[in-house]
Design a protein around this ligand. Structure first.
Ligand code: ATP
Length: 209
């Protein structure tokens, strides 16, 4: 099975794109959402987070997201330490999830920090969703009721999209000028044929053995 990643900056439209892939029957692993679950469910990880952030990191066994967000905001070294705990656990989890999928030509990991977390190393192809900055700001402001400055502050913490595009195998333009559905369908067909080629490559030929 082919392993594909979908990434892009905040508000670029990763989730929207992945919902279209899901409609085509492609399984999608949402890394950000799963990371939050693992921070809660994985006992070793939860203990390591408690050690790093203090006992207030959990309230009655529940992850105290607001406390953690406030502590790491403007504290890059602490954020790096937290990421060093969480990212390997998520990468291991997505690997296991993909290994247990059966009879699918390809599956997707969706993550805003695919490159930053090192997850891209376990993937065969990467799709970057690209949208103009002004459009992303407008969408995130509307979705999350944030101020312009709050969105910009979040963007500054991410790798610039231009860097991501350089490392992509496919780029999807979510700029209101290109059709998202047409672009997703075109990539879907390429990935299906890549997966068929890979299957042929791994199956023994009729003359072998
Ligand atoms: P984040 O990194 O913050 O999770 P994201 O990259 O997953 O963001 P989405 O949640 O898919 O982005 O999109 C951001 C917002 O913009 C959502 O409210 C979504 O419905 C809207 N949106 C995305 N693409 C389009 C589009 N082509 N047309 C209209 N609305 C869109």
């Amino acid at each position: 099975m082919l392993k594909t990643g979908v990434t892009g900056g905040i508000g670029s439209g990763k989730t929207t794109v992945c919902k279209i892939f899901e409609l085509l029957g492609v399984p999608v692993y949402y890394a950000d959402q799963r990371a939050k679950e693992l921070m809660q469910e994985d006992k070793h990880l939860a203990e390591a987070i408690r050690q790093l952030m203090g006992p207030e990191a959990y309230v009655e066994g529940k992850l105290n997201r607001q406390f953690i967000a406030e502590k790491v905001f403007n504290n890059k070294p602490l954020l790096a330490k937290l990421n060093a705990l969480v990212h390997p656990v998520v990468t291991r989890d997505v690997k296991q999830w993909m290994e247990h999928l059966e009879q699918v030509p390809y599956a997707i990991e969706e993550s805003a920090i695919l490159f930053e977390s090192g997850s891209h190393r376990i993937l065969d192809t990467i799709i970057v969703v690209y949208a103009p900055q002004a459009e992303r700001i407008r969408r995130v402001q509307a979705r999350d009721q944030l101020t312009y400055e709050q969105v910009i502050a979040r963007m500054r913490n991410q790798m610039p999209d231009e860097e991501k595009v350089k490392m992509a195998d496919f780029v999807i333009y979510n700029d209101m000028r290109h059709s998202l559905i047409k672009q997703v369908l075109a990539i879907h067909h390429i990935l299906l044929s890549m997966s068929r080629e890979e299957f042929k490559g791994s199956a023994p030929s009729p003359t072998e053995g």
